[in-house]
Ligand binder design. Sequence first.
Ligand code: PMT
Length: 315
Amino acid sequence: MSTASLDCDDFFEATALPENFQGKKQSIETFVERHKGSKQPVVLVTSGGTTVPLESRTVRFIDNFSSGTRGSASAEYFLDQGYAVIFLHRHRSLLPFHRHVQSNILDHLTVSTAGSDPLITVQSDKTEKLVPILQRYLDAQSKGRLLLVSFTSLGDYLHLLRETSRALQPLKSRAMLYLAAAVSDFHIPANMMPEHKIQSANGPLQLSLQLVPKMLRPLVKDWTPDAFVISFKLETDKDILVWKARKALEQYQHKVVVANVLDTRKMEVTLVTSETQEPIRLPEKDATEGKEIEELIIQKLSELHSQFRKASEKS
Ligand code: PMT
């Protein structure tokens, strides 16, 4: 076993399991089992940011910018493409379908109490947008094609990522992993973390963060070696983006990197494979009409996955 995967094992041993881990594991296994008999592809979509606690009885933590837009939108388009979706998301980040409903929805409802049961009505100017969203949502729900699993901290995320990847392995090339969550590269290991709230009376705070082992290596090598794995590469400097994506493909031997720059991520990404590099751009006009770049990304990735499945089934 490589040193890197030993680091990963050490990380898991030292990091507490998420709350209700057994319940979440069970629901993931049941979901995969239910879809095992069909020909339908199954995708794990990860979404949102991971927190890095500073104290074991956590009051403070480090967080990042991710709101889960990429992941939640992608999950909807995967459902449209016929996938069953496990949506591993940061608690309280955006959810597929729910993301379209404004937080002030109560301002757009009226109640009539004329009959025996009170009837809630949505204002007519909102129904045009809501009806197709609700229909897609109810369809996914009634067919059992969407499973929501939440995490908060980096440790929760990585434990659930490992468990879900392992659960998907029996599906072989039918499984896709789409790792869009914004995962911290730094953390404070449990044995270096104070138990109680850090006191300001002790003066200015100096933090020393350790590197988190890269989980893509054991994921591709050991947890789910036959799946179609897509990672993301986020940079703020566009000049190093594709180079870093290529380096990741060489290091981890997975199939695709979706490379994006923080400021332009909603309009442009580059799909990088070991042989190709394809920019995907959302035309300005489409963006103003409410179209999303994730629709284009998922169309392309579904095609690549389907080619991969055909090639894997032949060999
Ligand atoms: O949620 P939004 O606001 O819509 O933003 C979307 C996004 C910008 C977060 C998304 O498009 C994106 O780029 N997600 C990946 C961000 C990220 O973690 O990039 P990275 O360069 O730090 O990591 C590269 C890859 O390594 C990631 O796929 C990650 O899953 C993986 N990783 C990271 C840390 C770690 N310890 N082990 C890993 O395997």
